[in-house]
Ligand binder design. Structure first.
Ligand code: MIC
Ligand code: SF4
Length: 643
């Protein structure tokens, strides 16, 4: 039987296990990336593993998430990250240089390679035929140490693209349509692989928009074949020699197939407050907007900024709208400037910011109260913008620009003819500020500077023989890591300080989680959290496991987990259990007593179901863990185990 692109890359990188769907496999990782918000922990963890230099072909440390230097915290983090990159042999991309995924695509991505990133949108690299996956910082630290990355062999979801996008319809609309049909959990357990005649109609950055936004499907990764358009893009980046063709065999088989005829798509939009709450723009047209933001790793490439500039040419943004541009990279901004396309944006009234994540992770750019914000970002989870009760819509740069002009949500086709444009055949690289790795000798001389914001890594205890606890919180379906461990200007700067950030765990959903759990742990018990389906979707932030564990949460019992969050829970010794009978969810309440007699024995002996006594009544819970996971759990987490 022929192979898909994903299967070819998996086979070429397999170091443990067999490529059988549903079984654990270990993969060799060629490249890694980290960003500042997850990176400080990742390098503290790498340091704790004790290997002097990264063992990958290439590793890059980016600073893009938190660039608001309102006090020492963030500045301390940047210095720490630069020192760690120099010491351990990484490339370092400083603040202002761009969003990790965009810059990585431009300067480092190579078809056929594996990339592991401590950020859930790492699959952006799949746009050029890499197997690029998001993971927690500790998994990335292990990969930097030369260890395999373990995952459950995913199934392959073939997305067959046919037809061609109509004017004013963009790559973003392709994935909005996929999200509309499949939902935020439609990709769980799958790699989404694009194939069919429509693929050739999409430029490389269009493909990267699709694989990036595919993170919102809950998929393990998303990828496109590497073809002529990939070659052209790498040539424009001055890296043509890194190209190789990589396409699925004609007789490759997919576990599921969804067909999208791109010629039938219309401009789409995700309404508040989930990326899969998708309708046609025409259905919500006319609603007033107060803020329009073009940016984020999903839609801020040179192509997207150029489209916005061409639409703005000779037009003006409504006086009731704050129209802001967050370029994806210095390269995109330099080329936009060289093309002469910054002026039309400025003249139209745009506010142009430095390259980075900015408002996408709530670092500034919060919308006004009760007013609609349109963004070309990837996530509109409640409150993520920095304003509780926010009304955030997600759409293409075309819809964003048209709506900024009109001051109301606008189907861009109402603007008349689409302003066509060509992108340069060769880009200005814009990478002069990226530091190359130092030699091992030079690296060894570096002392990493640790300001007061860099707190030592917490120590955790082993799994006890019998576990006794209480339910601190019971939650519904689709809880995101933004609910568990929010980001934003007040909290993100604490990412390098677990004791400090843990005060904010669940602060989006309950008054004072840390006090509630303290009342429990003070009596010698542990905490448990109960959840619904797709628990922990969204970001890869391991702080959503690490900080609750620090507070004393040691068991999570839910209907189902999102992949990265489950892996993070295991890495920090929180036992992830799922209800055997979903109805048992109704039998547990906040404050319920929970006892798991013989928990250690059950976990280590390979038990697939575990009896949890909830208020004295037995409830069956599934314990889906590999034998490696079980050892990690018993040790109290991956770092303890690795030591
Ligand atoms: C996000 O988009 O949620 C983030 C911020 O990029 C996260 C990483 C983080 O929380 O640091 C992600 O997607 O993994
Ligand atoms: Fe940054 Fe937003 Fe992309 Fe996350 S989704 S990496 S915060 S731009």
């Amino acid at each position: 039987m022929g192979q898909t692109v994903a299967e070819k890359i998996l086979a070429a990188h397999l170091v443990e296990g067999e490529l059988k769907k549903g079984e654990e496999i270990g993969l060799r990782i060629d490249q890694t990336l980290t960003q500042d918000a997850t990176g400080t922990m990742a390098y503290l963890e790498f340091e704790a593993i004790g290997i002097p230099r990264v063992q990958t072909e290439l590793s890059v440390s980016y600073v893009d998430h938190n660039m608001l230097q309102s006090d020492f915290k963030n500045a301390d983090d940047h210095i720490f990250l630069q020192g760690a990159a120099r010491k351990f042999g990484l490339h370092f991309s400083p603040p202002g240089n761009g969003i990790c995924h965009q810059v990585h695509l431009e300067r480092f991505g190579i078809p056929g390679k594996t990339l592991l990133g401590s950020d859930s949108h790492t699959p952006t690299g799949g746009g050029m035929g890499m197997l690029a996956m998001g993971a927690g910082g500790l998994d990335v630290a292990m990969a930097m140490a030369g260890k395999p990355f373990y995952l459950i062999m995913p199934k392959i979801y073939g997305i067959k693209l046919t037809g061609k996008l109509q004017p004013w319809v963009a790559a973003r609309d392709v994935l909005l349509e996929v999200l509309r049909q499949l939902s935020v959990k439609g990709g769980v357990g799958y790699i989404m692989e694009y194939f069919g005649p429509g693929v050739a109609e999409l430029s490389l950055t269009d493909r990267a928009t699709i694989t990036n936004f595919g993170a919102e499907l809950g998929a393990t990764s998303s990828l496109f074949p590497s073809d002529e358009n990939t070659r052209k893009y790498l040539a424009a980046q001055g890296r043509e020699e890194q190209w190789q063709e990589l396409v699925a065999d004609p007789d490759a088989e997919y576990d599921k197939v969804l067909e999208i005829d791109m010629s039938t798509l219309e401009p789409m939009i995700a309404c508040p407050s989930s990326p899969d709450n998708v309708v046609k723009v025409s259905e919500v047209a006319g609603k007033p907007v107060a803020q329009v933001l073009i940016g984020s790793c999903t839609n801020s490439s040179l192509r997207d900024l150029t489209a916005a500039a061409k639409i703005m040419e000779g037009r003006e943004v409504s006086r009731d709208v704050s129209f802001e541009i967050n370029p994806g990279s210095r390269q995109a901004l330099e080329n936009l400037t060289a093309q002469g396309d910054v002026m039309p944006l400025l003249k139209a009234g745009a506010r142009i910011h430095q390259s980075g994540c900015l408002g996408c992770i709530g670092m500034g750019q919060a919308p006004p109260t009760g007013m609609n914000s349109l963004r070309t970002f990837s996530r509109n989870f409640p409150g993520r913008s920095g304003n509780k009760g926010d009304q955030v819509y997600l759409c293409s740069p075309e819809v964003a620009a048209a709506s900024a002009i009109k001051g109301v949500i606008t189907d861009p086709r109402d603007l008349g003819e689409y302003p066509g444009f060509e992108l340069p055949a060769t880009y200005l690289p814009g990478d002069e500020r990226i530091e190359k790795p130092l030699s091992a000798v030079e690296g060894a001389k570096i002392d990493i500077v640790r300001g007061p914001n860099i707190a030592p890594f917490p120590e955790f205890t082993e799994l006890p023989d019998t576990w006794k606890g209480k339910v601190v919180l019971k939650l519904e379906d689709n809880i995101t890591t933004d609910h568990i461990m929010p980001a934003g200007a007040a909290i993100l700067p604490l990412r390098s300080n677990i004791p400090a950030i843990s005060e904010y765990v669940f602060s989006q959903v309950t008054e004072d989680f840390s006090a509630d759990i303290k009342a429990i742990t003070d009596t010698g018990l542990f905490g448990a959290v109960i959840g619904g389906d797709n628990y922990g979707q969204g970001s890869s932030r391991e702080h959503a496991a690490l900080a609750p564990r620090y507070l004393g949460v040691q068991v999570k019992l839910v209907k189902s987990f999102a992949r990265i969050h489950k892996a993070n829970l295991i890495n920090f010794g929180i036992l992830p259990l799922t209800f055997v009978n979903a109805e048992d969810y109704d039998k547990v309440q906040q404050g319920s007593e929970m006892v798991i007699p013989g928990i250690r024995e059950a976990v280590t002996s390979g038990a697939e179901t575990i009896t949890v006594e909830i208020d004295g009544r037995p409830v069956q819970a599934r314990c889906e863990l590999s034998s490696r996971h079980r050892e990690i759990m018993a040790a109290g987490g991956l770092l303890n185990w690795a030591r």
